[in-house]
Design a protein around this ligand. Structure first.
Ligand code: HSE
Length: 312
């Protein structure tokens, strides 16, 4: 198919990696921010970044290091596409925010390219190409941002490398309060700091927690979700990256949150709660950061937020 000249725009949302309880395993989409890719098919085979606009423009523009370009290069190679593409990347997700920005750029690029190059990619292929892109930023194959950004909602990713993705139902009336401190944490370094050893008792606690959390979602059992939305392994190692993290978490919990933790590797902090508690929890989380002298932005998002989509 000759698609030269075709222009397509796609948007992919920010996401909460880990969802506290499921390191590299659970993630959910957010509805208030995302990245946008505008792609034009070219006759010459190069994949080129014309411009980066939006909240951050300080990103690599070479195909090996830019997550969107790297995802497109992987599609081009595997699908035998002879045409190239020119891209504009509009970043609605701040850099190093814990909002899955590198994954969203890759997810938006894959969504745009599949349409523009006329490829009927399966979900598993879209996931694999977007993950290939995401690798450029985090240095590891974890799908807990890419999968929710592509497919939306709360998802479970299981299997090493290119995982299987299962959509998990979200109980009605549950929202995510999301607070982004004006700080940067880079996933690659926040992964390098993690211990490779896990004690048997922590392993047992965390296994029980993730199993109970997923059961709680399927059963709409908010007490079970409240008991299980916790992280005894990763969160203690990263808590120090965000000044006031424990205070923000305690503020959310003492105001009725079902659970609160770092979003991905931080610095953003999320809390799940019933819709009616959200405004109060947002106010107390924000206040707890201000007491620590940290400014922030905050939102309330659906947990079952939509995934990547084409735009006019
Ligand atoms: N699972 C990843 C991590 C998410 O915690 O390192 C990064 O957003």
């Amino acid at each position: 198919m000759n698609a030269t000249g075709t222009t397509v725009t796609a948007f992919a949302p920010a996401s909460v990696g880990n969802v506290g309880v499921g390191f590299d395993t659970l993630g959910h989409a957010l509805d208030f921010a995302g990245d946008r890719v505008r792609l034009t098919v070219t006759e010459e085979p190069e994949i080129r970044l014309d411009a980066i606009t939006g909240l951050t423009t300080d990103l690599p523009s070479d195909t090996a290091s830019n997550t969107a370009l790297r995802a497109l290069t992987a599609i081009q190679k595997e699908c035998g596409i002879s045409e190239g593409a020119r891209l504009t990347l509009d970043k609605g997700i701040p850099l190093g925010s814990g909002m899955g920005g590198s994954a969203a750029s890759a997810a938006a690029a894959v969504t745009a390219a599949a349409e523009a190059w006329g490829l009927a990619l399966s979900d598993q292929q879209r996931l694999r190409f977007a993950l290939e892109g995401e690798m450029a930023a985090s240095g590891a194959l974890h799908a807990d941002n890419v999968a929710p950004s592509l497919f939306g909602g709360l998802v479970l990713c299981e299997g090493a490398g290119y995982p299987h993705v299962t959509r998990i139902p979200v109980p009605t009336g549950i929202v995510c309060v999301f607070v982004h401190p004006d700080l940067e944490v880079y996933t690659r370094s926040a992964r390098n700091m993690l211990s490779a050893q896990v004690s048997l008792s922590d392993h047992v606690s965390q296994t029980q927690a993730i199993a109970g959390f997923i059961a709680g979602c399927f059963r709409s059992d908010l007490n079970q979700i409240r008991r299980c939305l916790k992280d005894v392994i990763i969160e203690p190692q990263r808590a120090g990256l965000v000044p006031g993290f424990r205070q923000v978490q305690a503020a959310a919990m003492s105001n009725g949150a079902l659970g609160a933790s770092l979003s991905g590797s931080g610095p953003s902090i999320f809390a799940w709660c019933e819709t009616g508690r959200a405004a109060e929890i947002q106010a107390c989380m924000t206040e707890a950061l201000h007491v620590e002298g940290v400014s922030c932005s905050a939102w309330v998002s659906a947990v079952d937020a939509a995934g990547a989509r084409l735009e006019d």
